[in-house]
Each structure stands twice: as structure tokens, then as C-alpha cells.
Write a new protein. Structure first.
Length: 578
């Protein structure tokens, strides 16, 4: 996994600075640290119960370093702290593309949309990969031309590293333009993978395929022409390997309709299918036929590992996918599986289990019930003949409890948001109750059914919705953060560009674009905590969740261990750093 630096940040809080840093996944919980402001050590004895320190009375522009203490010996100093110059936020300048006009004369503009992170240049610090969506982006069910999709890479100081123009033959919308950011070849620098087409222009200006081809029909759909999968260099944006997208669209109507809706439903993820090195997962279809392809990127080339196709696996595997997916080692064999909505695919591309509960919009996979061994799945369903929501063993797919249908259940969340009940609580749009890991009703459900974030001092998780963060309470929710001058993304989904443990300790940061789309505004907590947990980005399940978070209907990440009230000390992850 990534060889990250300390991620040391300084966030203004009242009359002082909250200084926080990473405990790496290769270090022991309980490791001590000394904190320095300039050359002055601030703590009298090594800090062993957290990875933060509140420097009361310090000037806002103070600079810090931290040093681990191992067997009584102070180690080398970290990098200098990154100051959140907005107080509790950091603005990363971004460059908005110019708008345009579609062939039928409709003008459009651009707004910053989903983002991901990776160490693109190998310096131990994350860079941000950002997707720009045109104002005429479409759901697959909607006809009409769209503007081109752009994907940028930015350093945290706002330096733009490259811009990729996906071109006129890639339609804009949440279900079309999935992108993955990960170090696939183990060289210490992340790559970026996307579906491409004739006319895609890489970060160096080089065009993939035929620059003049235009396969858009009069309804704005792209239902002919070649389709590609490209692995881009994370430092330069150069296309390094381009292969034919698997599977090809073939006959459009064989995917469930003849106008282009179901044929172009794409998902993407990253998984350690051999337990050692990451593979790229790309898919097509989930309403009817479902195909999932696994790719390896080694020695500069993309090669196919396996393909799962419901046409050959059996009709029971059609229509089981979500508008999202998850990746985790559900059978504890050291290799990842793909939880593809109502079914799971084993690390070798063979079916693992299938509930046959069909399509849905939201899903959560993690250690949701710490009283049971292994991981669990909570999912909502769209089919009125199926349960409205269900909770299952992630190893076997055995449904442990479910709720009545009541119609298309469009939203669902699972996470430990209340210390009054052990384990994760689960709730959904069409269920009136908050539920325990056993399915028992717990009373009032939260006011939002969207995202989650670890934000305050305790390990109970908070509610992230639109541009604010709330703490659940049995009577009402309490506002902890209202972000200013920013916007959420993806319409009624109201998701951030990204939420992840990007810096500092184990709490999560949230990235929203500013209202003017001139910066990405990264918010971090100002609450000091007395818990030391290794950086969540060194937990494989969580890190892979950050890679797939931007896929279609964005979902919040979960680690592979229970992080919540009454949690046990997390085991050190079985990882090494590149």
C-alpha cells in the first residue's frame, strides 16, 4: 500500500492550533510522538494515546513537525505541517474549463464534481483527481447531447498537473464516467484508469484513436464506434496502455432497451484479487445482463485477469447489481471479493453468493455487527416484490433480517451513529425506524439518509449530508459543521466531492467545491481526541472504498474492522508499503 508521510496538518481552533498526524498501518498502536513548534518541543513526555495535540495560544501561522519515539529513541522529524489557511479548511485552487455549445445550439458550463486521491508523484502526499461535469450531464434514461467530461490532477497548492479531455464520444453523467486512482503497478506512484473513446485527449495532448470521429446520434447517445479502457500516468496524464473495453456493447437491445439506457451502465473499483497486488475492476450492466472484468496493469500494459458474464454464469445473476459496489475480503482468505449489490463475485471471478433480491441504490459493507465474526452487508432494494432493506452475512449472503418493501427504497445507511446500541445502526427511506444489528427497532431515525463521517472526538460516526455534518441524537440531531461558500454534487444525492481520512489522525476530511468552482475546500475537524487509531487509508477495505467512492451513486466508506463505541483495538493491517 501507499508509503504515506505523516500527513501533518495544523487547523485553527479558538486561540490555538489542533496539530494532527498519521499513525501508519505498519506501526503499533501506542507508539509515542513528540510535537515540535519550530525547534521547541511542546510535550513533556511522548504522546501515546492519540495522534493530535492542541497548541493553545499559538499563532495561526506556526509551523510544526512530529517525531516518533521508538524504544525510547526519538526518530527523524516529519515533513513540516500543512496549514489550513481558512481556519478549519484549506482551499485548493482549481481551473474551471470554459463552457461550450452542443450541436443543437444549447450552451453549457462546468462545475466541479466527484474527486479521488492518490500519491501521483511518489512524495508521500496525496494529490487530488477531479472530474468536471458539464451542466447538461445526463442520466442514461435522458436523451440529449452533453458537453465533454474533463478530469484534472492537482497538487495541494493548486498546481494543475494535467487535464484529460474524454472527448465527444464519452457521454457525461454519473453512470458513464467512472474513474479509478490507485498504484496498480507498485512503483510508488498512482495511475488513473478510465473508459475512453475515439477523440479522448490525454494529459500530454495526444489523441486516442480517431480525433475526428463523432458517434453521437440525434438523441445525444453514443451507441456505435469503438470503446476503450485506458491506464493513464498519474504524473503526466499520458495514456500508457489502451485496450478494447470489455465487454463491447454489441447489440444495444440485448442489455434491456433499444435506446441506450441500460447498455451504458458502468461501475468501477479496485481489488487485491491475489491478496498482494491491486487489480482494476470495470463492469457493464446491472439491470439485466451483467459483465465484470478484472484487469492487471504490469510492466506498462493492461492484461485481462478474468471476466464474469451473467450470460454464461446463469440467468439468476442478471439484474442483481446496484448503482454502486463494494470490495472487501469477505471470506478471510486474504483476497478481495466484489460485492455487486445483491450478489458477490469471488476473487477468481466465479460467483460466491446471490440473494436474488435484485437492484438497489445504496449498500454498505463492513464490520457492522462486531458481535458476529466477519463482515456484514446492508442494502436497500428497488423491486417492490423484494424486501425494502436487508442485512446479510458478507461471507455467505445469508440474509439475517429484512424489512417490508413499501416500494422503491432509494436510500439507506448503516453505521454506528448512536452509542446507545452496540454495533452499527441501519436505516432507510421507506423504513420508519432506526434498527440495531439484529434488526430490532431503536426509535427515531436520523434526519438524513446520505453520507457518514468520523468528525468529533469519539468513535461514534456523524451524519454527513449536503454541506453540513450533524450528530445523531434520540430527540434531534445536533449541527457540528455548516460549510460556507461551497456546494454539494449530484443533485438530490447531495454528496461531497470526496470524504476520506486524507490527513492528520483517523478522523475524516470532507472536500466540497466552492460555490464559484474556483477551489476545492477541504474541511477538517477541530476537535481533539484521546484515541489513537492507525490511518484509515492503510486499512485495505477502507482505502479501496475511497477508490470506488466516486462510482455512480456515491456511498460512504467503511473499514474492515469495527470503528465505533466499545470498539476493540484494531489489529495491525497485514500490509507493506511501496
Amino acid at each position: 500500500m501507499e508509503n504515506l508521510n505523516r500527513g501533518l496538518i495544523s487547523v485553527r481552533s479558538g486561540n490555538g492550533n489542533l496539530v494532527s498526524w498519521r499513525l501508519l498501518g505498519t506501526e503499533s498502536i501506542g507508539t509515542g510522538f513528540n510535537v515540535y513548534r519550530g525547534s521547541t518541543k511542546l510535550n513533556s513526555s511522548p504522546i501515546t494515546n492519540s495522534t493530535n495535540y492542541f497548541d493553545s495560544g499559538a499563532p495561526a501561522d506556526a509551523t510544526y513537525t512530529v517525531r516518533a519515539v521508538v524504544n525510547g529513541t526519538e526518530q527523524a522529524a516529519s515533513e513540516t505541517s500543512l496549514r489550513f489557511t481558512g481556519g478549519d479548511y484549506l482551499d485548493v485552487p482549481i481551473q474551471r474549463p470554459s463552457g461550450g455549445t452542443t450541436p443543437d445550439g444549447v450552451s453549457y458550463t462546468y462545475s466541479a464534481n466527484d474527486a479521488s486521491v492518490g500519491d501521483l508523484d511518489g512524495d508521500g502526499q496525496y494529490e487530488i483527481v477531479l472530474k468536471w461535469d458539464p451542466s447538461n450531464a445526463k442520466d442514461n434514461s435522458q436523451s440529449g447531447y452533453t458537453g465533454n467530461v474533463f478530469v484534472d490532477a492537482y497538487k495541494l497548492n493548486g498546481t494543475r498537473m494535467w487535464r484529460i479531455d474524454l472527448g465527444r464520444n464519452i457521454r457525461a453523467g454519473a453512470h458513464y464516467t467512472q474513474f479509478q486512482v490507485y498504484d496498480y503497478d507498485g512503483d510508488g506512484r498512482a495511475e488513473v484508469a478510465m473508459k475512453t473513446a475515439d477523440g479522448t485527449r490525454d494529459g500530454t495532448g495526444r489523441v486516442i484513436g480517431n480525433a475526428n470521429a463523432d458517434y453521437r446520434n440525434s438523441s445525444g447517445y453514443v451507441l456505435s464506434g469503438p470503446e476503450y479502457l485506458t491506464m493513464f500516468n498519474g504524473q503526466t496524464g499520458a495514456a500508457m496502455s489502451t485496450v478494447d473495453y470489455d465487454p463491447p456493447r454489441g447489440t444495444v437491445s440485448s442489455w434491456g432497451d433499444n435506446y441506450g439506457n441500460r447498455v451504458d451502465r458502468f461501475l468501477a473499483a479496485t481489488a487485491y484479487l491475489d491478496g498482494t497486488r491491486p487489480s482494476l475492476i470495470m463492469s457493464r450492466g446491472y439491470y439485466t445482463r451483467t459483465v465484470i472484468a478484472a484487469w492487471d496493469f504490469r510492466n506498462g500494459s493492461l492484461t485481462k485477469r478474468w471476466t464474469f458474464d451473467s450470460n454464461s454464469a446463469g440467468s439468476q445473476y442478471t439484474g442483481q447489481g446496484n448503482h454502486n459496489l463494494a470490495v472487501a475480503d469477505v471470506d478471510a482468505d486474504g483476497r478481495d471479493e466484489i460485492i455487486f449489490g445483491a450478489m458477490a463475485i469471488n476473487d477468481n471471478g466465479q460467483p460466491l453468493w446471490n440473494t436474488r433480491n435484485g437492484h438497489g441504490d445504496a449498500m454498505h459493507v463492513g464490520d457492522l455487527d462486531p458481535s458476529r465474526p466477519g463482515l456484514e452487508v446492508f442494502k436497500v432494494d428497488e423491486d417492490t416484490s423484494k424486501p425494502g432493506s436487508w442485512f446479510a452475512d458478507a461471507r455467505t449472503g445469508q440474509v439475517l433480517w429484512s424489512t417490508a418493501s413499501g416500494g422503491d427504497n432509494g436510500r439507506g445507511v448503516s453505521g454506528d451513529v448512536w452509542a446507545g446500541s452496540p454495533g452499527a445502526e441501519s436505516w432507510s427511506s421507506r423504513d420508519g425506524s432506526l434498527r440495531s444489528p439484529s434488526g430490532a427497532p431503536l426509535g427515531r431515525k436520523p434526519s438524513s439518509t446520505n453520507f457518514l463521517a468520523w468528525w468529533d472526538a469519539d468513535p461514534v460516526r456523524e451524519l454527513l449530508d449536503d454541506t453540513h455534518i450533524d450528530k445523531y441524537g434520540t430527540g434531534s440531531d445536533t449541527r457540528l459543521l455548516t460549510a460556507s461558500g461551497v456546494h454539494s454534487n449530484n443533485g438530490t444525492k447531495a454528496t461531497p466531492s470526496l470524504s476520506a481520512d486524507l490527513f492528520g489522525d483517523w478522523r475524516e476530511e470532507v472536500i466540497w467545491p466552492t460555490s464559484s468552482d474556483t477551489a476545492l475546500r477541504i474541511y477538517s475537524t477541530t476537535a481533539a481526541t484521546n484515541r489513537q487509531i492507525y490511518t484509515l487509508m492503510h486499512d485495505p477495505t477502507y482505502r479501496l472504498a475511497i477508490a470506488w467512492q466516486n462510482t455512480a451513486y456515491n456511498q460512504p466508506p467503511h473499514p474492515g474492522f469495527f470503528l465505533g463505541d466499545g470498539m476493540a483495538t484494531p489489529p495491525r493491517p497485514n500490509i507493506y508499503l511501496r
